[in-house]
Design a protein around this ligand. Structure first.
Ligand code: ZN
Length: 492
């Protein structure tokens, strides 16, 4: 063969290999939509073809014989949302309606230091009985600490206990955990030293995992908590993510920019620090979380919490098994009813809840402008911190943020709910509309996609979401769950 022929055949073979195998194959096409691909790029008119659960082509596409077609005229097509801090796994139903009805196609659980242990067993059971959406998990520090130390956990761990915890982290990282999560404001994590956390985070780091943290304090000692997480990032050499970032102390309001300056300078020093944020002024947690010294009968501590951290009218009792008739009322209302001052009532409710466990409060502590500043940080992504019951974030966080006036264009908001979230989790090949990526996507009407959940009616479904697809299958359409379970387990 002459040299010229060799080059001709070689380039012909190369040309044939460059054709994607799907090319020319029919599939499911969504056409005439405004595509926002998750990268932050401006919307573009176009179509997308899906074959075997994956995106095969995107752009100006011709309809092929055998294609099934969905018309996206007037609608936005974007990646499905990735919720980096979710408690939706509290739902016993596999449909996960609270999440998918707000456009979430992936939830990350095992948050605040609490996870299932033996993730291998959990992941296997989900592979056999999939959910409507994708799920990944961290391994939780509180859960392993409890397993190792039992009831005797109100103290620092001994070296051999830390070693036992390290072995559990190692085991769960091997099972596919995304990294280590902590909830240092909760028991028993609150009793751990920073060094203990560093020793465990080092194990996650060795596996290429990450550290995600509900920090030791989000109010009284927020500044020290920032110092602590920076130290963990540095000494464990691990990417860290601040969970549900907030400034929950009145004297800190308006200072979000100052805190971001501290984080930016740590990043400039080479540390990898990111955050997730939810778009509400109210949080949800336990009644006791506002007592960092666990001095629940200390009147000064109760008064400080009610004056500086939240307020009697801003504290809604969501769950109270000791006296269910108090549920849905504010602390102020209950105190008035009991003819007591709010601090007395607060102390008494905590005492009752220790006799009859089962309580949860929704309380207002954040400033709207701080939320926008934290969310606007280029390394932040959106999360819900939501559950199927309780706080309206469980059903509304994502569309609420989409409609929030932040000054950011819609493609930036979509980016923070998709690709930025994937990046902050260290997940490749997710969060974008791009060939070879899983077909996790949503189609919505930008004028009408709105959250409806409120504090009074927290499980009202969002409107305006046309379609949700998970791994190429439609799981939600026009307000109806399809009982299609195409979610996959995301193992690191
Ligand atoms: Zn939390």
């Amino acid at each position: 063969m002459k040299m010229r022929q060799v080059i001709f055949f070689a380039s012909l073979i190369l040309f044939m290999q460059c054709q994607t195998p799907e090319s020319g194959e029919p599939g499911l096409v969504i056409q005439n939509a405004r595509i926002i691909d998750g990268s932050g790029a401006a919307p573009q008119e176009g179509s997308i073809r899906i074959i075997n659960g994956k995106i095969s082509e995107i752009g100006k596409l011709k309809i092929l014989e055998g294609d099934s077609v969905i018309d996206g005229t007037g609608l936005i097509l974007s990646p499905g949302f990735i919720d980096t801090h979710s408690h939706h796994d509290g739902d016993s139903l596999r449909t996960m309606e609270s999440a998918i009805s707000q456009g979430i196609t992936t939830i990350i659980v095992g948050q605040d230091g609490f996870s299932k242990l033996d993730l291998d067993f959990y992941f296997d059971s989900l592979s056999n009985n999939p959910l409507s959406l994708n799920l990944g998990s961290y391994v939780g520090h509180n859960s392993i600490r409890k397993k190792v130390m039992g009831e005797d956990s109100k103290r620092e761990a001994l070296p051999e206990e830390i070693e036992a915890m390290q072995r559990l982290v190692e085991q769960e990282m091997g099972n596919g955990a995304l990294g280590l999560s902590t909830g240092l404001e909760y028991d028993p994590g609150i009793y751990s030293s920073t060094q203990e956390v560093i020793e465990l985070a080092k194990v996650a780091s060795a596996y290429g995992g990450r550290y995600i943290s509900h920090m030791r304090s989000e109010d009284v000692a927020l500044e020290q908590s920032i110092v602590e997480i920076i130290r963990i990032a540095e000494e464990a050499n691990i990417p860290v993510q601040i969970s549900h970032f907030k400034l929950a102390r009145k004297s800190l309001w308006g200072k979000a920019g100052d805190i971001l300056t501290v984080l930016d300078s740590a990043r400039a020093d080479g540390l990898h620090i990111t955050a997730d944020v939810y778009p509400y002024q109210y949080w949800q947690s336990t009644m006791t979380v506002l007592f960092p010294k666990r001095d629940f009968d200390n009147r000064a501590s109760a008064e400080f919490a009610l004056n500086e951290l939240t307020s009697p009218e801003g504290m809604i009792i969501d769950q109270f098994d000791a006296m269910p008739e108090y549920q849905g009322k504010t602390l102020e209302e209950i105190a008035n009813h009991r003819s007591e001052d709010p601090a007395t009532t607060y102390i008494e409710l905590i005492r009752l809840s220790q006799e009859t466990p089962g309580e949860s409060i929704i309380a207002k502590s954040m400033d709207e402008e701080d939320i926008k500043t934290l969310m606007g940080w280029e390394h932040s992504n959106l999360c819900s911190d939501g559950a199927p019951k309780g706080h309206p974030r469980g059903w509304g966080a994502f569309p609420k943020y989409l409609n929030m006036e932040t000054g950011d264009p819609i493609e930036v908001k979509i980016h923070k709910m998709s690709a930025q979230a994937a990046e902050n989790l260290g997940l490749d090949s997710m969060g974008l509309l791009k060939p070879a990526y899983p077909a996790d996507l949503i189609l919505f009407d930008p004028e009408n996609f709105r959250d409806q959940a409120t504090y009074e009616n927290s499980s009202a479904k969002a409107t305006g979401l046309k379609l949700v697809m998970v791994n190429g299958k439609i799981v939600y359409e026009d307000g109806v769950v399809k009982n299609v379970f195409s979610g996959r387990v995301i193992r690191r």
